[in-house]
Design a protein. Structure first.
Length: 115
């Protein structure tokens, strides 16, 4: 499975961005898609996840501001980021978890929130 993330950029506090991640390869094996982020000097942290069934799961820090969704026809997972703050500045990575338990990572896309 290969993952290609895009959509990052520079945005002012309070602004919005939409990240996209296109999956290719053995996509039939994927049962969950998600987003993580890593800020400078910090460990990578979970942001959101969406599975084949059930509601999406969010980190407490983003719940109510971020929305994860997937378009199975386009093999794409999205992350809508609203009401951004400087604390959201990080490299955002998409990941895919296969039914076998193997985890795949995309290359990351930079989100910078600054005035």
């Amino acid at each position: 499975v290969q993952l290609q993330a895009s959509g990052g950029g520079l945005v002012q506090p309070g602004g919005s961005l939409r990240l996209s991640c296109v999956a290719s390869g053995s996509i039939f094996s994927i049962y969950a898609l998600g987003w993580y982020r890593q800020a400078p000097g910090k460990q990578r942290e979970f942001v959101a996840r969406i599975g084949s069934g059930g509601p999406p799961v969010y980190a407490d820090s983003v719940r109510g501001r971020f929305t994860i969704s997937r378009d199975n026809a386009k093999n794409t997972v999205y992350l809508q980021l609203n009401n951004l703050s400087p604390d959201d500045t990080a490299v955002y990575y998409c990941n895919a978890v296969a039914r076998s338990g193997v985890t795949y990572w995309g290359q990351g896309t930079q989100v910078t929130v600054s005035s």
